[in-house]
Design a protein around this ligand. Structure first.
Ligand code: SF4
Length: 373
């Protein structure tokens, strides 16, 4: 198998406060040792490159946690190493997740100077009441401010995360949130419904959520409004102007490879021994103890590989081609379809000759995914 496009994910595990709906690997901690973490990331990267080879990255993504708390100077050695090895260039998409409650202009300028060229801003809502109910540390005004500053500093590529179906949200509030995205001329939007995950404060003490009819109205209004802004719906919850799609996420959805470094990060790499998943220890203190750098590796069996590839690929409106499936999994697409998706074909949930949901299938995507499991 040829080497697949490869991305780099870097996890920053700390937040100022834990949001009640969050099940990410994020930890409240006052004054974490960012300098030590920056050094640890560099060691972690070097160890992965030694194990899995140095292939230029198509994209990089700093996720969290709250990466926008990280002082940019402690990331310099990592960027230097990546440049010395020609693993990134000025054309590599490099995204950092930013929390509007951590607006620090010197950080933003520092990220831009490092070569970070895209921000993903966790706005969730511009409405004060909704933000409070979600336990967010920012207000709507701060969200607008970070977007405006980012543009002035030279971030031409911005994503805004917005939630719907949140406690206290009405269709009118959802519409106001989307109108704000339109007014701020945002080219990429992640618009997704709040889900209550286990291991969260909302799971132990469920909030009052909008009723099903309200959710349906919100979704219909939202889809129409987003479409009128010229943002094309290209993935379950992602919308973009043409050419502004997130390359990093597309590499996940098309089942490319990615190294994952930092506490709790996951990777997926295709090796001569087959495809494997890697996983780092979750606790930042264990990660910083260094003895835990070596990720645990889990081989992906053929059956699981095909299912996982499609569970990602079918999230894209355009799905994935047979050629892409074969390249990413080494499996025969026609045989795989006959073995696992005859029921989906019988119900006309898939288009012919590629793995792509039909219009009907898009409405019942979860049903197709269940068939794969
Ligand atoms: S800011 Fe993000 S990562 Fe941190 S607790 Fe909230 S949702 Fe989770």
């Amino acid at each position: 198998m040829n080497s697949l496009p490869r991305s780099l994910y870097i996890h920053i595990p700390w937040c100022i406060e834990k949001c009640p709906y969050c099940d990410f690997n994020s930890h409240e901690q006052a004054n974490p040792d960012y300098a030590a973490y920056g050094r640890a990331l560099l060691h972690d990267l070097n160890a992965d490159l030694e194990r899995y080879g140095s292939i230029p990255f198509v994209s990089m993504f700093f996720g969290g946690g709250t990466p926008s708390l990280f002082p940019p100077q402690h990331l310099e050695p990592l960027f230097q190493r990546l440049r010395d090895l020609d693993l990134i260039s000025d054309h590599t998409e490099i995204t950092l997740e930013a929390n509007p409650g951590t607006l620090d202009l010197s950080h933003l300028s520092g990220y831009r100077e490092l070569g970070i060229n895209r921000l993903s801003i966790g706005v969730q809502s511009f409405n004060e009441y909704v933000l409070k109910a979600l336990g967010r540390i920012h207000d709507g005004h701060q969200a607008v401010k970070i977007i405006e500053h980012a543009k002035v500093i030279g971030f031409n590529r911005l994503n805004v995360d917005l939630m719907h179906g949140t406690p206290g949200q009405t269709p009118l509030i959802a519409r106001e949130d989307l109108n704000m995205v339109r007014d701020l001329e945002i080219d990429h939007l992640s618009w997704y419904q709040l889900t209550i995950e286990s291991n969260t404060a909302f799971y132990s003490k469920p909030p009052n959520l909008p009723k099903e009819e309200i959710l349906d109205i919100t979704e219909a209004i939202g889809e129409e409004l987003i479409d009128s802004m010229g943002l094309k719906h290209y993935e379950v919850s992602a919308f973009a102007k043409p050419g502004e799609e997130a390359r990093h996420n597309i590499n996940y959805w098309e089942f490319g490879d990615y190294l994952g470094i930092g506490a709790g990060s996951h990777g997926k790499i295709t090796t001569a021994r087959g495809a494997i998943r890697t996983q780092r220890t979750r606790q930042p203190s264990n990660y910083l103890a260094r003895s835990d750098f070596h990720a645990t590796e889990h081989p992906l069996s053929d059956g699981y590989l095909g299912a996982e590839c499609l569970m990602n690929g079918l999230r894209l409106k355009s799905g994935i081609s047979y050629a892409c499936f074969q390249e990413r999994t080494g499996l025969d697409p026609v045989q795989f379809r006959a073995a696992h998706l005859t029921e989906a074909d019988r119900l006309h949930l898939l288009k012919p000759r590629r793995f792509q949901a039909s219009e009907l299938g898009w409405r019942y995507l979860n049903r197709i995914l269940e068939m794969l499991i």
